[in-house]
Design a protein. Structure first.
Ligand code: NAD
Length: 246
């Protein structure tokens, strides 16, 4: 496979082996990185594992589990240069119909794991004087989509968490950025897009005239994970076909 990138010798951890995480993990491995992928879903991990990609099963909803998962990845890889956070869940309901457990689950999976895993990754990268952290945010971190209150709050939270980490770790050579996709065709959006009229309605909001594909995120994520992006930190890169322009 032809690749634009050379990640030879790079040790990368990708949290979340779903549509986007697995695609990014594969792209990193095809660019010669050694990659560990974390996911709660064993079957998904089995699909993701290949040459250069090792899977570790982990439910990332507690600080202890996140600490252990990062320690295991560092042990398997022999260090850590890149951390990509691509774990996420959504549950679309109006605010007045959102129960506590939905709010708490989205906070834990989308935002708390971003803090717990990012902190553990930073603890390895900062003393080492090099690191690249990339969060999968969302256009929902900026726009006020109805029925997205907990999800939007977690993505806005990820953006600010990322900015503070970026500021604190910049002098140590560790950059922290986010890629914010628009609607992308993965399991996260499959059922929603299958509703009558929903796909056409979503497509009509995108100036590029189509929804995103996981492959649309690999270039943006790999750029921010690469040595070439050394002076870019604290940024949200929208990869949304122009969705946030309108
Ligand atoms: N697909 C989109 O339209 C879209 C748009 C904007 C942002 N994003 C973001 O991109 C990231 C990746 O999303 P995706 O589209 O690949 O979704 P996906 O549903 O395909 O993958 C998410 C993965 O997270 C894993 N996961 C869920 N809970 C977990 C837990 N407790 N512990 C460990 N793993 C857990 C799931 O098993 C799944 O493999 C998420 O942060 C998502 O919010 C996606």
């Amino acid at each position: 496979m032809r690749t634009t990138w050379d990640f030879a010798g790079t040790r990368a951890l990708v949290a979340g082996g779903g549509g986007i995480g697995a695609t990014v993990a594969r792209a990193l491995a095809e660019a010669y990185a050694d990659v560990v992928v974390l996911d709660v879903d064993k079957d998904r991990l089995e699909d993701t594992v290949r040459d250069g990609v090792t899977g570790v099963v982990a439910d990332l909803t507690s600080p202890a589990a996140c600490r252990t998962a990062v320690a295991e990845a560092v042990r398997l890889l022999g260090g850590l240069d890149v951390f990509v956070h691509a774990v996420g869940v959504n549950d679309r309901r109006p605010v007045l119909e959102t129960p506590d457990e939905v709010w708490e689950r989205l906070l834990a999976v989308n935002l708390s794991s971003a803090f717990w895993l990012g902190r553990a990754a930073g603890a390895v990268m900062v003393p080492n004087g090099y690191g690249r952290v990339v969060y999968l945010s969302s256009v929902s971190g900026l726009l006020a989509h109805r029925d997205h209150a907990p999800y939007a709050a977690t993505k806005g939270g990820v953006n600010q968490l990322m900015r503070v980490m970026a500021r604190e770790w910049a002098a140590a050579g560790v950059t922290v950025n986010a890629v914010a996709p628009g609607y992308t065709e993965t399991d996260l959006t499959r059922a929603y897009l299958a509703k009558p009229g929903m796909r056409a309605s979503m497509e009509s909001l995108v100036p590029a005239g189509r929804l995103g594909r996981p492959e649309d995120l690999t270039g943006p994520v790999l750029f921010l994970a690469s040595a070439e992006s050394a002076f870019v930190t604290g940024q949200v890169l929208y990869a949304d076909g122009g969705r946030t322009l309108v």
